[in-house]
Design a protein around this ligand. Structure first.
Ligand code: ASP
Length: 336
């Protein structure tokens, strides 16, 4: 019988109503899971629960918690066949992205899931999300970090939260679903990553100062000068369409140049969920290209942020980081 470790980090799935709104409660999840008979039915894998301390609303997740989750997986890697990480939906795509980079040579399933309605409520989507995630984690088809939600299995570093209140809360706009759970769980074998060889290696993340800027019509680039200091190691710019910034690109250029002189790695992503950045395709992205920005292709902002944390944590040189940002490391981007 397969054995799965459920790592409970917090999030709506295990929350209860308090005077101050929904909040996670210690010890509640173990009781709640024991009260769901399906979780011990034949056909289900055996599972143990590991509860993080403190339990968090995922808005409070930091690099420290990513390291803790990854450490629990690495320490228990040989004792379990797969891992289910119960997590809040708000930053689930960031954590999934971070874990995908941190767990080098991963050869077992790590499935992140949660719910929009707490398990303690009648219409909770948490039960199916949990049961199906356990079944996926017990299957030998998946060897990567993925996210199961609302009937779909997505690659973790391709997922993005799409709905604040719908039960299909995540999409993967630039990569096919890894599986769909209808009457049966149908895997898209062509889309799954091959099984890695070699020993699992954990790359812990450092608390690297990075930033994200979203451009908008009328943006005054000079206002951002103050954050583009030598302290800033990496920045993601969410541009229009295929990598375009407002025509006043010349105003941005000296600021970016200075950032580059400081060693900041600037990665260009698109505000469009679907499609990819193509630096230099339009005159309006030329400034970024000339200044040496990294083409983020179809990276989600979540994956770009996690990848910057990861690459800086490896201690690589800036030029190497720039090169690797433009390479596909864990199925997170399609180079066009
Ligand atoms: N605020 C919650 C969280 O991300 C939302 C959720 O879990 O759906 O932890």
């Amino acid at each position: 019988m397969k054995k799965i470790l459920i790592i409970y980090t917090g999030g709506t799935i295990g929350m209860v109503h308090t005077e101050n709104g929904y909040a996670p409660q210690e010890g509640f999840m173990q009781k709640e899971l024991e009260s769901i008979p399906s979780l011990r039915m034949s056909g289900m894998p055996a599972w143990d629960l590991f509860e993080m301390n403190p339990l968090l609303d995922s808005s409070n997740m930091t690099v420290r918690e990513w390291n803790q989750i990854a450490e629990v997986i690495a320490e228990n890697y040989d004792r379990y066949d797969g891992f289910v990480v119960l997590h809040g939906t708000d930053t689930m795509a960031y954590t999934a992205s971070a874990l995908s980079f941190m767990l080098e040579n991963l050869a077992k399933p790590v499935v992140l899931t949660g719910s929009q309605i707490p398990l303690c409520e009648l219409r909770s989507d948490g039960r199916d999300n949990m049961i199906t995630s356990l079944l996926i984690a017990a299957d030998e088809k998946v060897h990567e970090v993925c996210l199961y939600f609302g009937g779909s299995l997505l690659r973790g570093n391709r997922a993005t939260k799409y709905s604040a209140d719908g039960l299909i809360a995540f999409v993967s706009p630039n990569y096919p679903l890894l599986a769909e759970a209808g009457i049966a769980i149908r895997y898209n074998m062509d889309a799954l990553l091959p099984k890695a060889s070699g020993e699992l290696r954990l790359q812990r993340l450092a608390d690297v100062p990075i930033g994200v800027i979203k451009v908008f019509p009328g943006i005054q680039f000079s206002l951002f000068e103050s954050i583009m200091t030598e302290k800033l190691r990496g920045i993601v710019i969410e541009t229009f369409g295929a990598g375009n910034i407002p025509g006043d690109g010349n105003a941005l250029l000296p600021i970016i140049r200075r950032a580059f002189d400081h060693g900041t790695v600037l990665t260009v992503c698109s505000q469009c969920p679907q499609g990819a950045v193509s630096l230099g395709a339009y005159e309006t992205s030329g400034a970024l290209k000339r200044a040496g920005a990294v083409n983020g292709y179809d990276l989600t902002t979540e994956a770009a942020v996690a990848k910057l944390y990861y690459l800086f944590s490896t201690g690589s040189e800036k030029e190497q980081i720039k090169r690797l940002m433009e390479q596909n490391l864990r199925g997170e981007m399609t180079i066009t």
